[in-house]
Design a protein around this ligand. Structure first.
Ligand code: GLN
Length: 541
């Protein structure tokens, strides 16, 4: 029988310490030793999934192959591990309660009073173990969202306490991630907040096996001794996590600190080989030694919060390294383009990327950006809403349909070139009802995309309600905008390209969700390559 081991990652002192990156880095090291690992995130909020959250609140909504709308940390997990996640990898309190309440309504609790303990905690325990039972993983890492001490995370900590008993401490361990703040006035790193946070965790009956300490400066022996003494953790299980230049440095730093070694010994698992990070390090070397630098405009309406476009930014990093080029993202608010001079803003850009989005705000700015990139032959990538804006721009400026629009923005347009999908017409609920997850798409031979992918059929992930209106396909194609990717079952246009332009591609799907460190996305590689060529030509002038 396959025995899965469990690692729980909790956070203390403050939020935003990077539990996701620590979990992903540890998983990478364990994977490098030949273990099969997956990572799960438990989010303590009451939304059933983050799909209904404004990106300003919670950053990007990440979509899996099976169509789950999930937390952006799952993006890190996939990018680091190069293995897909699924609905089971992200569970919220909303989903837990929804499932318990549904069971109660079905009468499954047989007249019992339904309570947080044991019913909610049992549901949490089941969700944690599902991946171990069904996925055949050697190790499941479960990240508990929030900070120890939050009211909302109490049932999760209680479920972890119970599981540690059920499974035994050689099969399940806790890593607590905390912060050692630096006080410039006394020139010291302080351990007190960590001591308090561990104390709080222990009041819930959970003692950490490993402490990972975020810090600006190296922690010396004295601090390690102090933390070990006060926090009930062995000295070798105190791991320093110093501020890194990039998130991609963290696996290497954790290897140096021996996080993988401590974890394996606590889990009674063999530690026979050194983690193989050779491919990872090849990427890091390329990433850190670029031969050129290019500017890519990222045009969106949530640009104040860079996390809203997390996967796009990471995809440009992967593709940049693959092309030996450093990609400088220039964040451009689409509303600024509505009022300001577009050429002034976009003039020194080597590529233009119009981002996904919802609603009216800033769309005229996006359309102007598309027009500028098209007319000035700057490489252009439009993603989801960005692709829709490209279709609207072409219809307005090349077909003369001056009020062409998406019915999302203008229900009364006389030229609805983007329209609500048929399957969406009856939908009224907002949560989990978009066209989601992986769908097949056939590519036109010799198109930019078929050359980039080197394939004639692909599967990409989606998250949208509106689509290219096929009533306009013939006219648009005649005028030079070609549909080069089509869904074979529905005939839905997934990709458009523009003729007589070096690189102009709009995609209805989200390529950014599938780019990983070891497998940069082919479309991003090709877009960055085209942008680099544009830069080289400009530089020769
Ligand atoms: N708002 C558009 C739609 O629903 C685009 C969605 C997106 O960019 N993810 O079709």
């Amino acid at each position: 029988m396959h025995h899965t081991k469990y690692i729980f990652v909790t956070g203390g002192v403050t939020s935003s310490l990077g539990k996701g990156i620590i979990a992903a880095s540890l998983a990478k090291l364990l994977q490098g030793k030949g273990y099969s690992v997956t990572i799960q995130k438990l989010d303590p909020y009451l939304n059933v999934d983050p799909g209904t959250l404004n990106p300003y609140e919670h950053g990007e909504c990440y979509v899996t192959d099976d169509g789950a709308e999930t937390d952006l940390d799952l993006g890190h997990y996939e990018r680091f591990l190069d293995t897909p996640t699924s609905q089971a990898n992200n569970v919220t309190t909303g989903r837990i309660y929804q499932s318990v309440i549904n069971k109660e309504r079905k009468g499954e609790y047989l007249g019992k009073t339904v309570q947080i303990i044991p019913h909610i905690t049992d549901e949490i325990k089941e969700r944690i173990q599902i991946l171990g039972k069904t996925g055949n993983y050697d190790i499941v890492i479960t990240e508990i969202g929030g900070t120890i001490g939050d009211i909302e995370s109490l049932p999760y900590v209680e479920a972890v306490r119970q599981l540690l008993w059920d499974l035994g401490r050689e099969n399940a361990i806790v890593i607590h991630l905390t912060l050692l703040p630096y006080l410039p006035t006394s020139g010291e790193l302080k351990t007190k907040p960590t001591q308090h946070s561990v104390k709080m965790l222990m009041q819930s009956g959970v003692s950490p096996d490993v402490l990972v300490c975020r810090t600006q400066y190296n922690i010396g022996d004295e601090i390690r001794n102090k933390l070990a003494l006060f926090c009930n953790v062995e000295k070798q299980a105190i791991i320093e996590s110093i501020d890194a230049e990039t998130i991609y440095d963290v696996p290497g730093l954790m290897l140096e600190e021996g996080l993988d070694k401590v974890v394996l010994s606590k889990l009674h698992l063999p530690n026979n080989v050194v983690s193989d990070l050779s491919k990872w390090n090849e990427f890091l070397t390329k990433f850190k030694n670029p031969k050129h630098e290019i500017n890519i405009a990222l045009i969106g309406k949530y640009v104040e919060l860079h996390d809203a476009y997390k996967s796009i930014v990471e995809s440009t990093i992967h593709a940049g390294a693959a092309n030996d080029v450093k990609v400088n993202i220039k964040w451009i608010h689409s509303e600024d383009l509505e009022v300001d001079q577009v050429p002034d803003i976009l003039n020194d850009m080597h590529g233009v990327l119009v981002a996904p989005g919802f609603g009216n705000r800033g769309i005229e700015g996006k359309i102007k950006a598309v027009q500028y990139a098209r007319e000035n032959k700057i490489p252009f990538l439009g993603i989801c809403l960005g692709m829709q804006m490209a279709v609207i721009e072409y219809s307005r400026n090349m077909l003369g349909f001056i009020d062409a629009n998406s019915t999302e923005m203008d229900a009364n347009t006389s030229h609805p070139v983007i329209d609500l999908m048929k399957s969406q017409k009856e939908v009224t609920d907002k949560g989990g009802t978009m066209r989601l997850g992986a769908w097949k798409c056939n590519l036109t031979p010799n198109s930019i995309v078929s050359k980039a992918y080197k394939k004639d059929s692909i599967e990409e992930r989606h998250r949208h309600r509106y689509e290219f209106n096929n009533d306009y396909l013939a006219q648009l194609e005649k005028a030079g905008m070609k549909a080069t990717g089509i869904n074979p079952e529905t005939n839905l246009v997934e990709i458009v390209e523009v003729e007589n332009h070096p690189w102009f591609v709009g995609v209805q799907y989200h390529p950014e969700y599938k780019s990983t460190v070891l497998n940069p996305h082919p479309l991003f590689i090709d877009f960055i390559k085209a942008s680099l060529e544009h830069y080289l030509v400009e530089n020769e002038k």
